[in-house]
Design a protein around this ligand. Structure first.
Ligand code: F0G
Length: 457
């Protein structure tokens, strides 16, 4: 059969309210033209993020009832630890309430001012946590990953020559660890190949620098390796994931992605000193090391979710949803970042709205048009999110103007994607009608979450 159907049926539903276009125009005005300030119930299809927005399975809901809420040494903790050890084979396991908590404790315990931390691309919270601790966060992405029109299998790969140059330039003493993010969220959800992870590890090993994997979407990355890298076809996703982690000395993870849970995170490491330092900071900030800020029932749901994310049928379906939307958009000539990512489709807003200059925010114009036309909530990854100011205080545009349509896991079905494609096509057909915007109010940091806009026409 050609149709890859959802490998589940639905036993509980949540109504979607579709308000009228006139109401959406008013809601967006009341939200100062910033979709982050909308009420979720006014969004028909919410693609703001794939983080913590997934649907749990019947097995996960059942596991919640087994939650052991003991403060120390609970049964749920042991199950959580054992599941993560099965996947990572890493010695010390620590729960945290979400990914950035693991990043923050890692930065607090391992970073000193002046350090340098390379990554293929740091996610914004990873970068912020490292920078707050005084480190410089470097992106050493392969050049292929920087070209949105290029269709290549592993656009998340780190540039190994750049890594060697970085070690040469800064010296081993300044690099407490190197990271690899799988998949590369900031660069379009693109995967990293096993050969690249192995290659990075070889260089680091020669210099005695530990490798930390940001594993948020490790199962999606494992599926890409299965599909695209020689020698992995037919292998279980668990086996592929185990090989990924075999090159790591430590890992951080937001379990809100491939943990298929609504909350949670972890830090794992092999080094006993790292573990001791992390544990002490964890007790201070998150909780006792056998719950780390999570309820016993969360630990149970996560233990089930992690293994479900490694289910081949599930990943086949998940990737089919991305390809389904990509094919529909490409057929209409709608500009998208190529190839589709593991968790999202990215529209190229610069090519979509060429009449809007970067500093009139074509990405925001597109995000707002999608909301007004169809109640779709997406997110801009362009000059508002990544723009900066030079020393003279003049605003600098971001090199890419992207709009991310992130797919919550197991939430939307094929007809939702058909509707989404129709809305995008409608906006595409009337693209000249949408105007740019100016910012009327903004905070100093992370402005995209709360700034106010005003349309220019
Ligand atoms: N690392 C990566 C690669 C991420 O994508 C995220 C979160 C984090 C770390 C932080 O995890 O949210 O649990 O604290 N990404 C979400 C997103 C928020 O929308 O892409 P967290």
């Amino acid at each position: 059969m050609r149709t890859i159907m959802e490998p589940f049926r639905i036993k509980m539903t949540e109504p979607i309210k579709i308000i009228t276009k006139e109401e959406r125009i008013q809601k967006l005005e009341e939200a100062f033209h910033n979709v982050f300030l909308l009420d979720a119930e006014d969004c028909a299809i919410d693609l703001l993020t794939d983080s913590g927005t997934g649907a749990m399975s019947a097995q996960q809901w059942a596991a919640l009832m087994l939650g052991d809420e003991s403060y120390a040494g609970s049964r749920s903790w042991k199950r959580f630890r054992d599941t993560i050890k099965t996947i990572t084979n890493i010695k010390h396991v620590f729960p945290t309430h979400q990914g950035r908590a693991a990043e923050s404790l890692l930065a607090m315990t391992r970073i000193k001012p002046g350090d340098v931390v390379p990554n293929n691309s740091h996610f914004d919270t990873t970068r912020a946590n490292l920078e707050v601790a005084g480190a410089k966060a470097l992106n050493l992405l392969n050049d292929e990953g920087l070209d949105p029109t290029l269709d290549a299998p592993f656009k998340g790969n780190m540039d190994i020559a750049k890594l060697e140059a970085c070690i040469e330039e800064h010296g081993v003493a300044k690099i407490p660890f190197c990271m690899i993010t799988v998949t590369n969220n900031t660069g379009g959800g693109q995967p990293v190949s096993m050969a690249n992870i192995r290659g990075v590890k070889e260089v680091l090993k020669r210099h005695g620098i530990p490798l930390i994997i940001d594993a948020c979407r490790f199962a999606e990355n494992s599926y890409f390796i299965h599909e695209r890298e020689e020698g992995y076809r037919g292998k279980a996703l668990l086996e592929i994931a185990q090989e990924i982690f075999s090159y790591a000395d430590a890992a951080t993870m937001s379990l809100k992605k491939d943990g298929l849970a609504n909350i949670g995170g972890f830090f794992v490491c092999n080094d006993d000193v790292w573990a001791e330092d992390f544990k002490n900071m964890l007790i201070l900030r998150e909780g006792f090391p056998t719950y780390g800020g999570l309820a016993g029932r969360d630990l149970e749901a996560i233990s089930v979710g992690l293994m479900e994310a490694l289910d081949f049928e599930y990943q086949t379906y998940r990737h089919a949803t991305v390809s389904y939307l990509m094919n529909k958009l490409e057929k209409k000539g709608i500009p998208v970042m190529k190839p589709g990512g593991g968790h999202a489709v990215f529209l190229d807003a610069k090519a979509f709205m060429p009449h809007i200059p970067s500093l009139a925010y074509p990405g925001i114009a597109l995000v707002n048009a999608l909301y007004i036309e169809g109640g779709i909530r997406a997110v801009e990854l362009g000059s508002v999110m990544f723009g900066s100011f030079d020393e003279a205080g003049i605003e600098q545009a971001s090199p890419l103007e992207l709009v991310r349509l992130a797919f919550p896991r197991r939430v939307y079905t094929q007809s939702h994607f058909d509707y989404l494609a129709e809305v995008i096509e409608e906006v595409w057909n009337h693209r000249e009608a949408y105007a740019g915007l100016k910012i009327t109010k903004q905070p100093k940091v992370l402005r995209h979450f709360s700034c106010h806009f005003q349309p220019l026409a």
